[in-house]
Design a protein around this ligand. Sequence first.
Ligand SMILES: Cc1ncc(COP(=O)(O)O)c(C=O)c1O
Length: 393
Amino acid sequence: MSKLTGSKKATQFTESVIREMTRLNHLYGGVNLSQGFPDFPAPAAIKDAACAAINADINQYAVTWGARPLREAVAREFTRRYGLPIVADEQVTVCCGSTEAMMSTMMAIIDPGDEVVIFEPFYENYGPDAILSGATPRYVTLHEPDWSFDPDELAAAFNDKTKAIIINTPNNPTGKVFSRVELETIAALCRKWDAVAISDEIYEHILYDGHTHIPIATIEGMAERTVTINGLSKTYSVTGWRVGWTISPRTLTGAIRKVHDFLTVGAPAPLQEAGAVALGLPDQYYLNLAAKYKRLRDMLLDILERHHFTCYKPYGAYYIMTDISGFGFSDDVEFARYLAKDVGVAGVPGSSFYKNSSNGKTKLRFCYCKREETLIEADRRLVKLAPVGAQLR
Ligand SMILES: Cc1ncc(COP(=O)(O)O)c(C=O)c1O
């Protein structure tokens, strides 16, 4: 057999459906409500800081585990908000986005055969992350309509091979915000089975209707077994900057830093300087961000409901999961392609958030990290969506 083929690992997962939907949308010139990136500017103060850093010739490699001002800002803000002391030199590692932070963490702690518990539906990177790091994923369902998990189902997923659980709160794609009770249930299992919690908190500041963010690292006994992952992308509307980080217990930092070093050497140096400025923005910035996204959430909920989507209201992050079973298509991928090509609005097929794709075939995810005009244009185009049932074939 020819050796000019991809590795076994690379054949076990497909290309990202989310990024594919963005390409399809470009092809048909549609309104892109698929991939979660803003179409409005980033804050001027942080763009100025990035330009200033380049002009000040901060153009060479930063320290591999991150420029000191950013690491210190990450530690300072986590301690200020949540009361947990963090030592930048020993616990913070800056990576190329939280995507690399997750990958470096997984590769740093997983051995082949180790099991990793993943809630489903999941952010689609976690599946390939598990395969690339050699982990055996164990999926636990978040049950609609409120995306709660059954504590017994979660307990049954843990055993002495369990090395870690991946948590994402506020959650993509469901908009769920994990409650203290839920996090305590997870924490108790981590402590019982000596497992690590890898907590992706990239939507930390995007919360609605009085929901609050609780980092699992702050639950009793969890600081020493939690890797918290976050980044600039969503909070500061700079998904293309590729700056993220881990906050890890000292016992894991060395392994994460080694993997990170040999994967990427370091994140963009001038953008790390701008990141330190970003983290210093006043609290009002974060309140405004959440208020803006609440307005956009309510606007898109109204649009989608008027066009006959059944919506699961999100309480955090910036996505709406919808039920599309009423439209009469055979599956979500067919519907998503129809929507992108014939209607001119791109969403993400629900199956890309499930291991067993049939579990997502009645769902489609839309994002609303977009200008109001963009959502109004989507509304205008959705008028073309044939009436419910008309597409039955
Ligand atoms: C849950 C979650 N984690 C991570 C990422 C990627 O973050 P980054 O741009 O920092 O790599 C996303 C992007 O959509 C996400 O939704």
